[in-house]
Design a protein around this ligand. Structure first.
Ligand code: PLP
Length: 404
């Protein structure tokens, strides 16, 4: 039950704030903190370097974490799992390394209009460097991607299709498998931003047929500073390293180097083993709760919120009308009230939500809402927290000076 779950998240219980900003970063269960502490207390040494017992133990913990991530994504090989800092770094790695390898002037990269800036700016950058150009898949006003429209945009010029699995504004799950089929038909690769899907739905990169898939540990109840890039082995093998230095080489001479095997080729410098171990604990925790139970609680809370908001004439929720198509994300506007005022008033009521462009400015411009408010729920939130949110929203306009 959620009461039991709350015991795993002391911050939610001890702080006075009602935390409804999980899409920005999730809270972390105690087992994640304990795993990190245990790593530093019992296993701390530089992984992959020290040939003494402690160094080997640190390496083992780090590689166990990688194997756990492999299972979490159902990748074929552990070599396909590269540890990075966050989804942003994973996506940049693909853009720099794979993009510069395959793109030439006249080629096209197709991205969705709903990308987070971290799955847009790297592509803009690589277009400037290679002479390729960027095209956009627009969505319907409720956030659905019309695959017929997408199909018309994919041509033999298309080399890369990049799409978020779940939009951080709309919360809707995109048809990744279908996009993969369309991309592969012309020999393009599909790059998936999994930052918002991994915390809420099971991911199987083989079933999705994704070529690259990136996510952030801190959004999936793990630590900040660790993220993952999955890439198909043959693609990763063909790609040049993104960063170079220690840890990623086989041998070095005065004027050259032989790079290490995957995945180490892409992990230059001392690795973030403690946070990888924390991510391992977070994934174990997610498994112990189960996505089904998480989904049930998230949908129940989202339904409660959306039903009540539906009765408020001046409040509008973006995206699907169905609570089960939101991954806990409720992005909304209130007529006549600026989202920054919404979030400030809610903050004064002890409710933490996000306001602004949510790092998805092209989407908000397209939807003609330059800025919105966003409450994002997780399985650890309660009905009474949602009710506090609703109480605050329902009084917003009055408190801004509008009549009842
Ligand atoms: N992609 C999406 C859809 C996101 O919501 C976020 C996080 O805000 C990111 C990418 C970037 O995540 P990070 O800042 O952890 O790299």
């Amino acid at each position: 039950s959620v009461n039991e779950i709350r015991k795993d998240f002391p911050l939610l219980e001890n702080q006075k704030v009602i935390y409804l900003d999980t899409a920005a970063t999730s809270q972390k269960p105690v087992c994640v903190l304990e795993a990190e502490r245990e790593f530093y207390e019992k296993y701390n040494a530089n992984p992959l370097r020290g040939l003494y017992e402690l160094g080997e133990a640190a390496t083992e913990k780090y590689e166990e974490a990688r194997e756990t991530v492999r299972g979490f994504l159902n990748a074929r090989e552990t070599a396909e799992i590269v540890f990075v800092r966050n989804a942003t770094e994973g996506l940049n790695l693909v853009a720099y390394s794979f993009g510069s390898l395959v793109l030439k002037p006249g080629d096209e990269i197709l991205v969705s209009i709903m990308e987070h800036h971290s799955n847009l700016l790297p592509w803009q950058m690589v277009c400037r460097q290679t002479g390729a150009s960027l095209k956009f898949m627009e969505c319907e006003m409720d956030g659905t991607l019309d695959l017929n429209k997408v199909e018309a945009l994919i041509t033999p010029k298309t080399k890369i299709v990049a799409c978020t699995h779940v939009s951080n504004v709309l919360g809707r799950v995109n048809p990744i498998r279908e996009l993969a089929a369309l991309a592969h038909r012309v020999g393009a690769v599909l790059v998936v931003d999994g930052a918002q899907s991994t915390p809420h739905i099971p991911v199987d990169v083989q079933a999705l047929d994704a070529d690259f898939f990136a996510f952030s540990g801190h959004k999936v109840y793990g630590p900040m500073g660790i993220g993952v890039l999955y890439g198909r082995e043959e693609l990763l093998n063909a790609m040049p390293p993104f960063l170079t230095g220690g840890e990623m080489i086989e041998s070095v001479t005065r004027d050259g180097a032989v790079f290490a095997e995957l995945p180490h080729k892409f992990e230059a410098g001392t690795v973030n083993a403690a946070d990888a171990v924390g991510l391992h604990a977070a994934i174990d925790y997610v498994k112990s709760i189960g996505f089904t139970a998480m989904h049930q609680q998230e949908v129940a809370l989202t339904r409660r919120a959306m039903d009540a908001i539906g009765e408020m004439p001046h409040v509008h929720v973006l995206g699907s009308e169905k609570p089960e198509e939101h991954c806990g994300i409720i992005t909304f506007t209130v007529d006549g009230v600026h989202p920054h005022d919404i979030s400030e008033i809610l903050a004064s009521d002890g409710v933490a939500i996000r306001a602004g462009h949510h790092c998805a400015q092209p989407l908000l411009a397209y939807l003609k809402h330059p800025s919105t408010a966003r409450a994002s729920l997780a399985f650890y939130n309660t009905e009474s927290e949602v009710d506090r949110l609703l109480d605050s929203i329902s009084t917003l306009r009055e408190r801004m000076g509008y009549g009842k």
